[in-house]
Design a protein around this ligand. Structure first.
Ligand code: MN
Length: 136
C-alpha cells in the first residue's frame, strides 16, 4: 500500500487526464488537469498528480520560470548542484529561468502540485534510477 492514496482522488482540483503529451519526459504515470490555458496570458497553470515513483526528467524552463505549489502527498524537487528537497503540502518552490531541475513523487507516495509555468521547456536526461531509489 502506497502512502497518501487519497491524492489519486484529487486534492482541491481533480486529477484531469493522463499526461500523454509529456509521457516521454516522465518515468511512471502522471495526470494533468490544465486549470488555466489562455493564449492571452504568458503563463499556464496546471494541477499535476504523480503516482508513487513517478518523476519527470531533468529539464529547464527557458525564457520563463516555474512556480510549484505542493497540494498533496510527498514529493521531491531538485536543482542541479543541490540536494533533493522534500515537498509537502503547502511547500512552494520557485524555479528561475534556465535552472536545470526535476520534480515528482517520492518512491512510496502519491504526490500532487500546482505548476505555474512560463517559457519553453527544454527536456533533458532522466533522473538516475539508483540516485532516485536512494532518496529518503
Ligand atoms: Mn519544471
Amino acid at each position: 500500500m502506497s502512502k497518501n492514496e487519497d491524492v489519486k482522488n484529487g486534492v482541491i482540483f481533480s486529477l484531469g487526464e493522463k499526461n500523454e503529451a509529456y509521457q516521454k519526459y516522465f518515468k511512471g504515470q502522471s495526470w494533468l488537469n490544465s486549470l488555466v490555458s489562455d493564449p492571452a496570458l504568458p503563463v499556464g497553470v496546471g494541477n499535476v498528480t504523480f503516482e508513487p515513483g513517478c518523476r519527470n526528467n531533468w529539464h529547464k524552463h527557458n525564457g520563463g520560470f516555474q512556480i510549484l505549489m505542493a497540494t498533496g502527498g510527498e514529493g521531491w524537487y531538485q536543482e542541479e548542484g543541490s540536494p533533493a528537497r522534500k515537498m509537502l503540502p503547502g511547500d512552494v518552490v520557485v524555479v528561475h529561468d534556465g535552472v536545470k531541475h526535476w520534480h515528482g513523487a517520492t518512491k512510496d507516495s502519491w504526490f500532487s502540485h500546482i505548476a505555474i509555468t512560463a517559457g519553453t521547456a527544454e527536456w533533458l536526461e532522466p533522473v538516475d534510477d539508483e540516485y532516485y531509489a536512494g532518496l529518503e
